[in-house]
Design a protein around this ligand. Structure first.
Ligand code: NAP
Length: 317
């Protein structure tokens, strides 16, 4: 069920480009040195590979990989994310099952639904769209997902595997970020990585994955004092805050690698892009950076889960 990291691709093989309007050949010393870390091309390659594996699996075993999405409530952004994941699944030849529950759903009802999906042999991956309404115990809901189907890497089982550097499903956005860093040959071992945000689906697991790759990791959050001074020490910055243009260029060490995991209304990230582009060496755009990697990893891990089922004893291959 482990997804082996893609072989590191030289950035030239990716849709890498200079920040628009600021060519690196410029003799103007104040011009941007940042190169974009584009996720789109890399993600498309991952989805293509997942689709080919899904097709082979169906031909070889009759097992059709299937991702179940669970949406609680009618938050329009969440509904859009779920639709996007379903349509990408379909394009990759992965079946999808959609469960939509009303906003008043109780924790017990949601846990019941997730348990049913966990017990359903035709479902290989389960995604509970985050966040759920505030009255629901989100942890209890996540833990109702069978770890073998936790293709979004949200259970404590998945988190422990990430923390210990063991095989297992990665939390999709953090796992996607690690793939981007590898693809752009960013040296992680020994680097000082500052993670801004400590959510269970993003900040914490990305810090764990960076640590497992031998970075020196500093976690920061809403109670952190002197945040700009801490960020200024970072070789790698991961912004996972949920506040538009929160990280300023003046906070960055020249040459830092900046991963903007944020996605705010109007396609705005958590990093002030224009300012950061003047200081960073590598910078993810929003959109087109981290976002596509998240979905690609979700699909890849769904195929991993289906393959694991198909190769289990008792399944005729
Ligand atoms: P979240 O659960 O709201 O967590 C936000 C984190 O930011 C919290 O840990 C919070 O600290 C911290 N924070 C808030 N204000 C801060 C401040 N002033 N200084 C330092 N830290 C502060 O958000 P999330 O789910 O992790 O998402 C974060 C961002 O990533 C959002 O923009 C979201 O849309 C985006 N996202 C993108 C993808 C993708 O696929 N690209 C996937 C998931 C999320 P406390 O813990 O102290 O409250």
């Amino acid at each position: 069920m482990t997804s082996n990291p893609s072989p590191s691709l030289p950035p030239n093989d990716l849709a890498s480009e200079e920040v628009a309007g600021r060519p690196s050949s410029s003799s103007d010393a104040t011009a941007s040195s940042a190169r974009l870390m584009v996720g789109t091309g890399l993600a498309a390659g991952m989805v293509e590979e997942a689709a080919a594996r899904a097709k082979k699996l169906v031909e070889r075993t009759g097992v059709q990989p299937c991702l179940a999405t669970v949406l609680v409530g009618d938050d329009p952004a969440s509904a859009t994310y779920v639709r996007m994941k379903q349509s990408r699944s379909k394009k990759a030849g992965i079946g999808s099952r959609s469960v939509v529950l009303p906003a008043e759903t109780t924790t017990e009802e949601l846990v019941g639904e997730l348990t049913r999906l966990s017990d359903d042999p035709t479902v290989h991956g389960i995604l509970l769209q985050h966040p759920v309404p505030a009255h629901i115990d989100e942890r209890a809901a996540f833990e109702a997902i069978d770890p073998a189907k936790d293709v979004d890497g949200v259970t404590m089982h998945a988190f422990a595997a990430m923390a210990f550097g063991e095989p297992g499903f990665r939390s999709c956005t953090p796992g996607g970020i690690m793939r981007l860093l590898a693809a752009y040959d960013v040296p992680v071992a020994g680097a000082h990585a500052v993670v801004i945000g400590r959510s269970p689906i993003l900040g914490k697991p990305v810090g764990m994955l960076l640590l497992a790759s031998n970075a020196t990791v500093t976690f920061t959050h809403s109670k952190t004092r002197e945040l700009p001074a801490i960020v200024r020490q970072a070789d790698i910055v991961v912004a996972a805050v949920g506040k538009p243009n929160f990280v300023r260029g003046s906070w960055l060490k020249p040459g830092a690698v900046v991963i903007d995991a944020g996605y705010n209304e109007g396609n705005v990230g958590d990093v002030d892009f224009e300012e950061a582009a003047q200081v960073a060496s590598l910078l993810t755009p929003v959109p087109g950076g981290v976002g596509p990697m998240t979905i690609a990893l979700l699909l890849e891990q769904t195929v991993d889960a289906a393959e694991a089922v198909a190769s289990a004893p008792g399944v005729v291959a």
